[in-house]
Design a binder for this molecule. Sequence first.
Ligand code: C2E
Ligand code: CA
Ligand code: CA
Ligand code: CA
Length: 279
Amino acid sequence: AKAKGRNRYEFFSAALSEQLQEVRTLSAQLHESLVNNEFELLYQPQFDLMTGTITACEALLRWHPAHGGENVSPAVFIPLAERTDLIVQIGRWVMQQACGQVKRWQKKGINLRVDINVSARELVEPDYFARLDACRLSHGLTPQDIGIELTENILIKADNDVLEALKQQRQKGVEISIDDFGVGYSSLSYLRQFPVSHLKIDRTFLKDAPSKAYDSALMEAIVNVGHKLDLLIVAEGVETEEQARYCKELKVEYAQGYLFAKPLTVDAFEALFAKTSRG
Ligand code: C2E
Ligand code: CA
Ligand code: CA
Ligand code: CA
């Protein structure tokens, strides 16, 4: 039994150190990539379900490692970057890039809000919101031009300083979305406490609704509570016509998902925008 236990230990420790090595390599690559400009922002449109027009978009990060083969999903590299200060540097790059893009689009007559994803570690930087203000200002943007997306788990852990800063941003007119709504903290009562404008319902809730009664009940409950609190609802991960119809029936305001468009390069986004705004 002893030998067996030891073997198992060795097995695990070998696997663990291999994993650690991988993480280290990836982190080092990430850092280098930031310096070498190997990141790109894609933009996924949000559609107004009533009018069918694009009202905003979400900036989604892509990493194209110059010397290292295949692309790594943000679902993999973001959590990695979040373990260190790297996420703060990446977030700064994203913020700059998004502000620049909004401005470039405005010059072309495309007036759209761009929402950026904010990690917990960025938010607790004492100067995060001062930098956001400065970034908007230096690009000649208004508070309405850049929205922020925060997960429930971030909000729950936010201290008073963060809460106050968020309230100030909201008062200025910054759109604040709760991302992945429904998968994190399970009580709805805390919603009153936070200065949010939008709920983005996680796509897992839509996946089997309306065919599955259980998912439909949850979906409808979330939409109802959101509307009672005067929040705008965004359905994430709308992939089928049936789901879009269902969201419309529930009076969900906005939808984002592969049915309408995947995250797009700037050129592809502009082409789609031209098509949808021509009517
Ligand atoms: P998220 O914020 O929940 O972003 C939505 C994810 O769902 C995106 O994955 C998007 O491509 C995907 N998606 C959109 N429509 C559909 C659909 O109809 N079906 C399905 N199956 N998926 C859909 P992506 O781009 O791989 O990003 C993954 C996550 O990485 C994001 O989840 C976000 O948490 C994080 N992330 C991405 N960019 C950034 C960033 O700039 N900063 C931070 N902090 N996190 C980011
Ligand atoms: Ca998001
Ligand atoms: Ca989401
Ligand atoms: Ca997510």
